[in-house]
Ligand binder design. Structure first.
Ligand code: 5RP
Length: 223
């Protein structure tokens, strides 16, 4: 199976976690795009969605799924999203699609995080994938130095030749060279550096369940 077929498989499997009649939290990315397509088939059985990005909102609305502002709804039962890496404890790196801040906001509003990922995303220790960090532009160079002091190499993410601008009007640093054995400690520390909007380590908002797409079918891992 191709990686995209594995993503489609878990996108479909995630439908089992969507409670009828409720609002569902929806992440961002190519795996989630498969989930959104599958969700279209049950759009009349859900109240709608809270979306983590403009891109996902556009897809949801194109299928006729109502998208609520996060402030219009209370606690949500389930959040469905992908990951760039997931470790054996359900800690993740996210933000490859630059949506990490809204993803973390929606995840925090949901009781359960169902991570959908193909098996290439499973790692023993987080950090092989560069950690995305959404930052305020004027803090960029100081933050590059702070990451260097902890052994990381931070690069400003570009879109073409210009710095990428997120849905929140900020930019992204991608930090490589880290081995994150204490994801919760790392997230807590980096989050309090001035100028950091959101760090793409999801330890405090870790996965409750992972639906992992493998050549032998979908494997369900509960944390
Ligand atoms: C977007 C994300 C995505 O969930 C992550 O990048 C995985 O993407 P994909 O499903 O395309 O592999 O965090 O900000």
């Amino acid at each position: 199976m191709t990686q995209d077929e594995l993503k489609a498989q878990v996108g479909q499997a995630a439908l089992h976690y969507v409670p009828a009649g409720e609002v569902v939290g929806v992440g961002t990315g190519s795996t989630v795009n498969h989930f959104i397509t599958a969700l279209g088939a049950m759009k009349d059985r859900i109240a709608g969605a809270v979306s983590s990005s403009v891109a996902s909102t556009v897809r949801l609305q194109a299928l006729g799924i109502r998208v609520f502002d996060a402030n219009e709804v209370g606690e949500i039962s389930v959040y469905i999203d992908g990951a760039d890496e997931i470790d054996p404890r359900g800690f993740m790196i996210k933000g490859g699609g630059a949506a990490l801040t809204r993803e973390k906001i929606v995840a925090a509003q949901c009781r359960r995080f169902v991570c959908i990922a193909d098996e290439s995303k499973r790692v023993e220790v987080l950090g092989r994938y560069p950690v995305p960090v959404e930052v305020i532009a004027m803090a960029t160079q100081r933050l590059v130095r702070q990451f260097a002091a902890m052994g990381g190499s931070a690069r400003l993410r570009l879109q073409g030749v210009q710095p990428l601008v997120t849905d929140n009007g900020q930019c992204i640093l991608d930090v490589s060279g880290l081995s994150i054995s204490d994801p919760a400690g790392f997230e807590t520390e980096v989050n309090q550096w001035p100028g950091v909007v959101t760090v793409g380590v999801f330890a405090h908002q870790k996965a409750s369940v992972c639906l992992l797409g493998t050549a032998d079918g979908v494997r369900t891992i509960v944390y």
